[in-house]
Design a protein around this ligand. Structure first.
Ligand SMILES: Cc1cc2nc3c(=O)[nH]c(=O)nc-3n(C[C@H](O)[C@H](O)[C@H](O)COP(=O)(O)O)c2cc1C
Length: 328
């Protein structure tokens, strides 16, 4: 890297574009209805959140885009963040096609702006302000409504699409690089914790050892039956560094559903929200759990190169100290 503070050299546009391109971003499709009533959209990675109060965001629209005049006039627009399976949608909206919406289902938001039926997150906005800056219009939107899903985002860096791994929630990763989850049984169901973006996951502990209470990363506490926690599943999730260690535990009888932390809910076994559980591995584990709970016979699973191994556990776990005493 070379630079000199005292001798500014002319900025080379191509090099500047490459330098800007080293900033890892997500990808959005910014949409609106033009003056003729037609939906329009462009791919844009210049999205930035601006303010929570009032709720503001911005995108920058280049003056060479066909849609530029329409963005200068519109009173509303939507920003649709793309998920990892939508590189083709990004390419379509980055093209000059006159019919970008033919193959992409959408519906009107409350402002009338087109919301893509399939996307990671959407923001429906009225125009708060417009600022011309060089060859781009900074379009500042006031968020009127938004929605989000648990999908993984589509990333972009150095001119290429990239997978953006979701950060782990606080408390879900120990210093050993292992995610610890608890399959906590309660009444006729199990407990799941909201991930805050519409998805559900197993409650995760700060510590691998939960005895009479599971301390959640966000300060919540789940009281557990002491001595009733046992290993259930050990597996990796492709693309994640940390392995997963899952325990089966039981909610303490004195705990009531009303006293649970606000982001934790009891789901009946026949109403588990599989579509909102982000990883295939976690869904497979929960399906096994449902089968085993119906048969009241549980196994311990460990994944392996040949598809994984399962050992059924007969009887209940005994305390190690009792076993040692009996065999002494
Ligand atoms: C990854 C990516 C990011 C882009 N980001 C922006 C952006 O932030 N602002 C912009 O005006 N154009 C951006 N573009 C280019 C527009 O998508 C492109 O110019 C498009 O053709 C505009 O559509 P239109 O000419 O039909 O209006 C981006 C393109 C790609 C592939």
């Amino acid at each position: 890297m070379t630079f000199s503070a005292n001798e500014p050299s002319p900025i080379n546009e191509r090099e500047l574009r490459s330098a800007f391109g080293t900033f890892l971003t997500g990808i959005t499709v910014v949409t609106m209805i033009d003056g003729d009533g037609n939906p329009r959209g462009i791919t844009a990675n210049s999205f930035t959140s601006v303010s929570l109060d009032p709720p503001l965001l911005l995108v920058c629209v280049g003056n060479r885009s066909f849609s530029f005049p329409a963005f200068c006039d519109t009173q509303s627009f939507a920003v649709n963040l793309l998920h990892e399976g939508q590189a083709d949608v990004s390419s379509l909206f980055a093209s000059k096609s006159s019919d970008k919406f033919q193959s992409v289902p959408f519906g009107p938001g409350i402002t009338g702006a087109p919301i893509l039926a399939d996307c990671l997150t959407w923001f429906d906005c009225t125009v708060h302000d417009r600022v011309m800056a060089g060859d781009h219009l900074i379009l500042i939107g006031r968020v009127q409504a938004f929605g989000t899903t648990p999908s993984a985002p589509l990333g972009f860096c150095r001119g290429r699409y990239t997978a953006a791994r979701e950060p782990l929630a606080a408390g879900r990763q120990t210093e050993h690089g292992v995610q610890v989850g608890y399959l906590v049984e309660a009444d006729d169901g199990i407990l799941l914790q909201s991930d805050g973006t519409g998805g559900w996951r197993l409650p995760g502990g700060r510590s691998r050892k939960a005895e009479s209470a599971l301390s959640l990363g966000d300060g919540g506490l789940l009281p557990l039956r002491p001595d009733d926690t046992f290993l259930y599943s050990v597996f990796d999730i492709p693309g994640q560094d940390a392995g997963c260690l899952v325990y089966r535990a039981r909610l303490a009888p004195e705990a009531s559903a009303a006293g649970l932390p606000p982001d934790v809910r009891v789901f009946a076994l026949d109403a588990l929200p599989f579509e909102a559980i982000p990883t295939r591995e976690a869904r497979a584990m929960l399906r096994r759990y449902v089968r085993e709970r119906q048969a009241d016979r549980f196994g311990i699973y460990i994944d392996s190169g040949d598809g994984g191994r399962l050992a059924m556990v007969d009887g209940r776990a005994s305390r190690w100290s009792h076993v040692v005493t009996e065999n002494a």
